[in-house]
Design a protein around this ligand. Structure first.
Ligand code: T46
Length: 141
């Protein structure tokens, strides 16, 4: 059973997985069907060989994203300013929505871990909130 997601602006995104015992698995994501936005950007993070790396540690003002662990595992930390939780990401077809104003961190990467993220918009540094005190002020408004 999946752990309930208690933070705001998040939730699971479970993709169709076609399992072929002999030839591997096929996982499919369709924009505006599996995710509630048009996909304008996709990026992936590899070479997470450093076990004490911490990525993320920010929130987005408007951007919507879904994060997947397509190889290995990592721990995703979520914080909406009121509730916090940690989710073990280790299922190739199960992602987590990173909605607006959701502080997130990625850590405890396994060897060979690969993260895949799909995003609703192009990269804009102005959309990031990288200061936690500022984030808390904005979500409490
Ligand atoms: C997020 C989490 C899940 C770009 O120039 N273009 C891009 O599309 C991205 C994603 C990043 N960058 C630059 C910005 C920084 O100078 O790459 C550098 C590293 O980015 P950052 O420290 O934000 O990386 P992460 O892994 O902490 O966060 C990334 C995404 O940036 C972020 O939007 O939500 O993954």
């Amino acid at each position: 059973m999946k752990q309930p997601i208690i933070v705001k602006n998040s939730g699971y995104v479970e993709l169709k997985l076609i399992r072929d015992d002999r030839d591997g698995n096929l996982i499919i994501l369709e924009a505006l069907r599996d995710v509630p936005f048009e996909v304008k950007r996709l990026y992936y993070i590899t070479n997470l060989e450093n076990s004490f790396s911490i990525r993320g540690q920010h929130a987005h003002r408007e951007l919507e994203q879904v994060i997947f662990c397509i190889q290995g595992s990592f721990t995703l930390g979520l914080d909406d300013g009121q509730n916090q939780q940690q989710v073990l990401m280790n299922k190739v077809n199960v992602g987590i929505k990173l909605g607006k104003m959701l502080w997130h961190t990625m850590e405890d990467f396994s060897i060979g871990c690969v993260l895949l993220v799909i995003a609703s918009d192009y990269y804009s540094e102005a959309d990031y909130i990288r200061d936690y005190a500022e984030f808390l002020q904005l979500v409490k408004k």
